[in-house]
Design a protein around this ligand. Structure first.
Ligand code: MG
Length: 455
């Protein structure tokens, strides 16, 4: 690599400080993000800034629902000791090994391994490192990924535990075989973007009139696919589906999301009832860890034309591997702020390609739309070149907090052009929403709009 920057070389660049913040937003006040399992989420994040001895910084985050963000902040601090003082070129030259160092720290590993709070923290730090790399290269992350040679890209991935499903050599060959198509696909991406679907119409806490108005709004914006939350009573679920179908008609796509509230048999029964609304998928019908349960639900529902979507809470690449091996997924939903950041997500993309399952990234939580678009754009150019059965989730909230928010045109994500992973929050956002001392939080506590934290 050995890139000469303005003054110092990448070889001389070191990580000299890592700052971690608890940033929260009071989205529960409007029921934004509400579903059957998470009825009052405050869409929030643990936010990591990595500083170098040059003027370049990297920004990363992991998404949370409010309470508990402070626990991830502590976990990030524990992991940051492994990153501080490191030479930047050493990390990026052998990123796969560095990722393993983070996830296999001899004592911290006990807290997971590779799952839960410690892995969410890994994701925030790893995402900040990728943002840093892309900023150094002066490219948006999708373009950095596209421009890496197959060997370089594969060197960022830890194949331990998944090489039985996909070997390193197979993965390199998979990427090599698509090289000739990259330029034309990139032109297509720059011209048309990638299709989005919206969940904005479907939060469970919204009333009928709001749902109706939002469906009309997104129809006007040319959206062709709509998702709603389900998982309340049978009557309430039927009412919601009926309402949305009345506005969007049956020629557009409808997705349903149960957010893990059902048992396996219950999921099958409930979806048989809802099949008349012709949903293309049921998302997270049961526990995200239940590989065989998902497989059984899939076998029962596929004959009805309903696919299974899951992955936003899949803890790591190993469970994704089993989901794919067990034919438990029809749509694979990676989450950019869960599992161990970009490196591990790339492993899932490659396995999904081998098992011929399309990826439809989970987004909507703060920063997720901003991040997943990069991954899906890399996938389009470097792996698939197809838009069939591939949609990126979109909600129209919290984008104003980012320096480079997503751009949606004709219901498609347009490729970001600014360097980085689109993860940098604005300075005013940090001032207002740092929890609990940010200006907005202090105002809300004072006015009684939101209860102050108790000790
Ligand atoms: Mg979901």
């Amino acid at each position: 690599m050995n890139i000469i920057k303005d003054k110092i070389t990448l070889e001389e660049m070191k990580i000299i400080a890592i700052d971690i913040k608890d940033i929260r937003f009071p989205t529960s006040l409007r029921s934004d993000g509400s579903d059957a399992m998470h009825t009052d989420p405050d869409y929030s994040c643990a936010y990591v800034t990595i500083r170098t001895n040059d003027n370049i910084e990297g920004y990363g985050l992991t998404f949370t629902l409010g309470r508990g963000t402070e626990i991830i902040v502590v976990a990030c601090k524990a992991l940051s000791k492994l990153v501080l003082g490191c030479n930047v070129q050493d990390i990026f030259d052998d990123f796969g090994s560095f990722w393993r160092k983070l996830t296999s720290e001899t004592q911290l590993r006990w807290l997971g391994p590779e799952k839960g709070v410690i892995h969410l923290a890994t994701s925030a730090i790893v995402n900040a490192l990728w943002d840093l790399w892309a900023r150094i290269e002066k490219k948006p992350l999708w373009k950095l990924l596209v421009d890496l040679s197959p060997e370089q890209l594969i060197s960022t991935i830890d194949f331990r535990y998944t090489s039985d499903a996909l070997s390193k050599d197979e993965a390199i060959e998979m990427l090599r075989s698509e090289l000739a198509m990259r330029d034309s696909r990139e032109s297509c991406l720059l011209r048309d973007g990638l299709p989005a679907y919206t969940t904005q119409v479907g939060w469970l806490g919204y009333g009928d009139e709001e749902v109706r108005a939002l469906c009309a709004k997104f129809l006007d914006l040319k959206f062709e696919a709509f998702k709603t939350k389900v998982g309340l009573s049978t009557e309430a679920d039927e009412h919601r589906c009926q309402l949305i179908r009345e506005v969007i008609g049956y020629e557009r796509m409808l997705m349903l999301d149960a957010n893990q509230v059902w048992d396996v048999d219950e999921a099958i029964d409930r979806m048989r009832t809802l099949a008349k609304f012709r949903p293309i998928w049921i998302e997270e019908p049961t526990s995200p860890d239940d590989v065989l349960g998902h497989a059984r639900i899939a076998r029962e529902l596929r004959p009805l034309g309903i696919g299974i979507a899951s992955g936003e809470m899949c803890p790591n690449r190993v469970v994704f591997k089993q989901m794919l091996q067990a034919e438990a997924l029809d749509y694979c939903q990676i989450d950019s702020a869960r599992i161990g950041g970009v490196n591990e997500i790339l492993a899932v993309y490659l396995m999904a390609k081998k098992f011929n399952v399309p990826i439809c990234p989970h987004a909507g939580g703060i920063g997720l739309c901003e991040m997943v678009q990069h991954l899906q754009m890399w996938d389009f150019i470097s792996l698939h070149g197809s838009k069939e059965k591939r949609f990126i989730e979109y909600v129209d909230q919290q984008h104003q907090h980012f320096e480079n928010p997503v751009i949606i045109k004709d219901a498609c994500y347009m490729p970001p052009s600014m360097p980085g992973y689109s993860t940098k929050l604005t300075d005013s956002c940090l001032r207002n929403y740092a929890y609990p001392n940010g200006k907005e939080w202090q105002r809300m506590f004072k006015e009684g709009t939101y209860p102050a934290p108790s000790d």
